[in-house]
Design a protein around this ligand. Structure first.
Ligand code: EPZ
Length: 422
């Protein structure tokens, strides 16, 4: 029950190295189950969610060695087994459903707990299941578990009724060893999906159309384990840029992919910030005539829903009105009440948030409700007058590596206090 103590008002300055991407590492770690032998993954972030997915693949028979300091994860696969994964393990992380693809591809069976509700929305997995059924898998739901069986997976032409990052990843992993041509339509274009696809191709998979709406997979007989480096985390990169912006600081991100956060850097330029990009660096400094913005969250390359909460903190202090429209998840404004406690002026109408900016934020005790809501509170506290205590920081541990150390290195006055009461 650790909590953060943040004394706001410090301008952040300096360079920050971006970690490997959580949302690419999760499916790639699971995809290592598709090949016998030793896979070596580099630039793997040390996050709670990564530790959980490692326990998931160990439960299915993989042996792992995680050098957290150097971000190197070795995964040995010889015999994977389908086993009803304990609900305790699955309920902590929805991405556990990713094991269905590799288990069906290798064993023709998968028993996985149906992911329950989530703070940010209902988040069903019907598109994953419909895709598997199109590949000839029989799906039954029993006592909260998905029981999936297929004598032999069949190639399929499957169109997703809605763009889904998770379903695109799961169906790609199920198809790579399925002989014949599978065509997936209305796919996610997220860089995380492209990174997973490049990993599978390096193992010998035959995939084309990565980063486009149509992905075609020609099944191959066997995949070979490889050494692969996970791409940088674009959401972590965006979060640190916003921390630099709200404190009117001078922050340079290194080891990132500027194109992956272009929707954010475009917004920041329009809102009166200077952005300088290099091959894998982005620098932000305050410019003139800062003003509010209008943004709608969309699938990539649109503005990411995972930066909606963090950018709302910035809107709270920017002069003028900002309008934010959340189109991906139906319940992703749980941070609004906490931001109001710091003095933000936000009104919500359905999925539209109107932010009256130009506010001087003031410290207050607040708490996180999920990972990205948590990031928005940390960003706001960096600009708030006084010392803010933020509880339930286990949420941010899931997706931000060494957050205290990284922000302190930029001059933030942030402490992680051990053992709170709630
Ligand atoms: C991934 O979740 C990310 N998680 C999320 O990041 C991110 O917010 C989301 O993509 C959107 O970008 C990981 O990569 C582990 P979706 P995912 O399937 O795959 C609906 C973070 O903060 N849908 O693209 O679960 C769904 O309810 C996390 O790091 C169905 O209806 O998202 C949502 O409204 C939070 N049926 C929309 O589609 C399905 O079968 C997009 O969901 C699947 C999805």
């Amino acid at each position: 029950m650790d909590y953060y103590k943040i004394k706001g008002g410090k301008k952040l300055r300096g360079e920050i190295k971006i970690s490997g991407a959580k949302n690419a590492a999760l499916p790639i770690i699971v995809a290592s189950l598709l090949a016998d032998g030793e896979t070596v993954l580099k630039n793997v972030p040390d996050l709670m969610d990564i530790r959980t997915i490692i326990r998931v693949i160990e439960y299915l028979g993989a042996e792992t060695e995680f050098d957290r300091e150097n971000h190197i994860l070795k995964i040995k696969v010889s015999k994977i087994k389908n086993g009803e994964m304990p609900y305790e393990l699955v309920k902590t992380m929805r991405a556990s459903v990713y094991v269905m693809g590799p288990l069906l591809a290798r064993l023709g069976e998968a028993d996985v707990s149906l992911p329950g509700g989530c703070a940010i929305g209902e988040r069903p997995v019907d598109i994953h299941l419909a895709g598997f059924e199109a590949m000839g898998v029989r799906i039954e739901l029993e006592h909260g578990n998905i029981k999936a069986r297929a004598k032999k997976l069949a190639p399929a032409n499957f169109t997703m009724r809605q763009i889904s990052v998770g379903a695109t990843a799961n169906l790609m992993m199920a198809s790579v060893l399925t002989s014949g041509k599978t065509v997936l339509e209305n796919c996610a274009l997220e860089p995380d999906i492209v990174d997973l696809g490049l990993f599978l191709k390096k193992m010998g998979a035959n995939i084309s159309g990565l980063g486009t709406e149509r992905i075609t997979i020609e099944g191959v007989k066997k995949l070979t384990p490889v050494t692969y480096t996970i791409m940088p985390d674009r959401i972590e990169a965006g979060t640190f840029l916003l921390a630099g912006a709200i404190t009117k600081g001078d922050v340079t991100l290194t080891d990132c992919v500027p194109e992956h956060i272009q929707s954010l850097t475009d917004l920041l330029k329009e809102s009166g910030y200077n952005i300088e990009t290099g091959k894998n660096t982005v620098r932000i400094t305050p410019g003139k005539n800062q003003k509010g913005f209008m943004i709608k969250t969309l699938p990539y390359p649109g503005f990411p829903t995972d930066l909606q909460a963090p950018v709302m903190s910035l809107a709270s202090i920017l002069p003028g009105i900002s309008v934010i429209i959340e189109t991906i998840f139906e319940n992703r404004y749980t941070h609004v009440g906490e931001l109001r406690r710091l003095g933000s002026d936000i009104s919500i109408e359905g999925n539209v948030a109107i932010v009256k900016g130009g506010k001087k934020l003031m410290s207050a005790p607040i708490m996180m409700s999920d990972l990205r809501a948590g990031a928005s509170l940390v960003i706001a506290a960096l600009a708030a007058k006084g010392t803010t205590e933020i509880r339930r920081i286990y949420h941010s541990d899931r997706g931000y590596e060494k957050l205290t150390e990284k922000l302190s290195a930029l001059g933030a006055d942030i402490k992680r206090v051990k053992g709170g009461t709630f």
